[in-house]
Design a binder for this molecule. Structure first.
Ligand code: GLU
Length: 476
């Protein structure tokens, strides 16, 4: 559709660049989502790049989790997955180029020497950065192996426009000559990112605010390598409800736990989008399509985004309500199997229609509706309405049984059942009829309207459950 970024006059290309060194967490997924929404909103491209240069800490299982998480949410990437572990030759080539041009150099300083340099600089009241000791070596030191490769950082002021934070200035003189690689085959993060972003023609880098201090370093390397400097957008940190840092437990909890607890992917996408972004109106419930249409990166806030679990549950319940019975049935499949629920689709969908508006997660279905599939053992005292005597409970249940026996299967509807129950109230208190009947059907202190339950269970099962209750009362 030819949408271009006015700054760069190039079609928009963004990337999500996770390091597979730990469980997929919520902050990461939010970065992925913002990139994806930005790309889809602007008819751009969204790439997935696995930053697995740290061979020791990178694990296949973490990469799998990233992919599983994105697929679950419906965040689809364009083209093949990029993996830094497969791009060594590009890093090497670019390192060699900088070394040849004298923009990077081998550094021989050992850890001990660096310590000593730092100490003497601090003693002189200078900022503790690399002294530049090896920058001007004319040739390689004989008999010594270089320790690292450093980038010769020019003493300039860096300024960039962040789409969220406005103009950011940074004095590169404070950096000292940063390490960009351990050796030609072992580039470090800031270097590999720049080579990749440059070669992938990334136009916008959207990532967590914790990366803002890397940005000036990356800009300097981009300039040195002759790449276009992309536009940056640093999204705010995610905070706990009391605005403190998100606890390690939550920040590092696996994102897939939300799936396993019965959150819907569409609710999760909605929730994550609101972690730092809001639309112009008051509306808060959005589908993926709504978000793609509305997402405007300049509306992302600067201040921390509060993570509120109650809000997530509320959004989830709203998205559950938007699904049809049939759709909920499909989503419940793995859960039903776990709970060993075997019943017809038709029956389960009817049950869903009764509890749907009260479900906050898929996992709550069993808690709310498990009794439809079987009543757990309950204490007969539960059958008593306030102050009712057990023999009266029995009389009322007996009357209910008799009244229903005369009802044809076709007439066994909530409306008819209510009329019959009302007829039995006759002078007695309403609760004295409805309560024992409801408990007989559900075995629970709270449950939906008994006539509604009865219609779904059907005549035969209702009679059976009432008889079980009567048996309980007869057993002294
Ligand atoms: N691998 C980095 C991370 O996971 C990527 C940062 C970036 O987007 O540049 O934090």
């Amino acid at each position: 559709r030819g949408v271009t970024n006015p700054g760069l006059k190039k079609p928009i290309r963004v990337r999500f660049a996770p390091s597979p060194t730990g469980k997929l967490h919520i902050g990461s997924v939010r970065s992925a989502l913002f990139n994806w929404l930005f790309a889809r909103h602007n008819a751009g491209k969204f790439f997935l790049r696995i930053e697995d240069t740290d061979k020791e800490r990178s694990k296949k299982e973490y990469e799998d989790e990233i992919i599983e998480g994105l697929k679950w949410l419906g965040i689809e990437w364009d083209g093949e997955i990029y993996r830094q572990s497969e791009r060594g030759k590009y890093y090497r080539k670019n390192l060699e180029k900088l070394l040849e041009e004298g923009r990077a150099y081998y550094c021989y300083c050992t850890k001990e020497e660096l310590e000593a340099q730092k100490e003497s600089m601090t003693a002189e009241g200078l900022p503790p950065k690399y002294s530049g000791h090896c920058r001007n070596l004319k040739k390689a030191l004989i008999g010594r192996e270089p320790e690292v490769i450093r980038f010769a950082v020019p003493e300039v002021e860096i300024e960039f426009k962040d789409l969220i934070r406005g103009t950011v200035k940074f004095d590169a003189g404070l950096l000292g000559d940063i390490v960009i690689a351990k050796d030609l085959d072992t580039p470090l993060y800031n270097f590999a990112v720049v080579v990749d972003d440059g070669m992938m023609e990334i136009t916008h880098v959207i990532r967590g605010e914790d990366h803002i201090s890397n940005t000036p370093k990356q800009i300097l390397i981009q300039r040195a390598l002759g790449f276009d400097v992309p536009i940056f957008a640093h999204v705010p940190l995610i905070l706990a409800p009391d605005r403190s840092k998100l606890s390690k437990r939550r920040a590092e909890a696996s994102f897939l736990d939300y799936r396993d607890r019965g959150y819907l992917p569409e609710a999760m996408v909605n929730f994550l989008a609101l972690l730092g972004w809001h639309s112009e109106g008051n509306e808060e419930i959005f589908s993926r399509q709504d978000l793609i249409k509305l997402f405007d990166i300049s509306r992302v806030q600067k201040s921390g985004a509060v993570f509120n679990e109650d809000k997530l549950a509320w959004l989830n319940s709203q998205h559950i309500r938007r699904l049809s019975q049939g759709e909920i049935f499909e989503r419940l499949q793995p859960w039903l199997e776990n709970w060993k629920i075997k019943a017809s689709r038709d029956f389960i969908q009817k049950v869903i229609s009764v509890v749907k508006d009260r479900m906050r997660t898929l996992g709550e279905f069993f808690e709310l509706a498990g009794f439809f599939f079987g009543v757990s053992e309950y204490d007969r005292a539960l059958l008593k309405w306030k102050g009712q005597a057990l023999p009266d409970v029995r009389i009322n249940l007996q009357k209910i049984l008799e009244a229903f026996q005369g009802l044809s299967v076709g007439d066994f509807t909530a409306a008819r059942i209510t009329v019959i129950l009302d007829g039995l109230v006759d002078g007695a208190k309403r609760g004295e009829v409805f309560w024992p009947f409801r408990v007989a059907l559900s075995g629970k202190l709270v449950s939906p309207d008994p006539a509604e339950i009865a219609e779904i269970l059907g005549k035969e099962e209702v009679l059976r459950r009432v008889k079980v209750a009567l048996d309980k009362l007869e057993r002294e």
